[in-house]
Design a protein around this ligand. Sequence first.
Ligand code: SAH
Length: 353
Amino acid sequence: MDKQDILAWLREADPQRLNQLWLDADRIRRESVGEAVHLRGLIEISNYCCRQCAYCGIHVLNTDVPRYRMTREEIIESARMAAAFGYGTVVMQAGEDAGITAEWMAEIVRTIRYDIGLAVTLSLGERTEEEFRLWHEAGANRYLIRFETSDATLYRRIHPSLPGTVSDRFAILKKLQSLGYETGSGVMVGIPGQSYDTLADDLLWFVTLGLDMIGIGPWIPHPDTALARKPDQFPTAGTEQVPNTAEMLFKVLALARVLCPAANIPSTTAIATIAGKEGRGNGLMRGANIVMPNVTPLCYRQMYAIYPGKASSLETPEETNRIICEHIRSLGRTIGIGPGDSPSFRQRQTAIS
Ligand code: SAH
């Protein structure tokens, strides 16, 4: 599939043709990663953030959001709960929080990986190479950091660099791969200013980067962000503007599966948020093979408000677990056992050894 094919699919409106894309993605998913849906327990460990991202509700200037950082004990407790639910992995995600110190995090990673026995994924933003190395040595298996958009001008507009630095997530992804992490990235779909052409490039970047995990979600406007408040500063791409609809999201998800057959691709919470109850299942039937049930304690969930109306934000971890497991079984899929490394990563490891 070349760029012209990708563009044609992104512009496709015929329901029958789209149905063929969903079926192709589902078949490729089955042949490459199988029927099992792997569950990752998501722990949103802190909503402190030093950045001013124009899309994200927990940016530093938002004084309306109460801030929290989970204690070590709370995080370990949530990880134990994930293990008790049978999840093989925990994902610890946060804003870019200097209060998450390198050693504190390393100790938590060690405990979860070696005492509790789960695979560990981190998603803590742009940190130093020394921190990435320390956490990998402590046992972290995977790191998620989305490049958000491959249009450099748009990226700078929505993701301002910190003073004296240049935010380069492509360079960070390379570094993570060289350190031996299983590496995940992805984009938001429908950011004002995102054209079909850039979105096609984003998809090609997934291939070029050789990603093991690909996270895709619709941009959901948050009322306390620059993107929602100051639309005049964020011009749209006019007739070339990508809409942030569920259908567009599913097209990108399905194309990601076709282009990167062996990657782990989640049906994300953001999909469930805009596409309603069926959203998560549709994601799983159009290319996805991963779900990330939230195990963050209820008292913190609503404070991790990166976008409004987040699916599952009013459920306890037990309720989320039950609802997601029932949904997966109702689709005729099985629930994955073990860490669920991506086949692309395993293939690379075997080639190296
Ligand atoms: N601080 C970490 C984790 C951020 S939250 C980091 O920057 O990597 C994880 C992802 O949520 C982001 O990468 C972004 O793609 C997505 N996100 C943030 N705000 C969003 C919004 N308003 N709508 C949809 N997705 C959003």
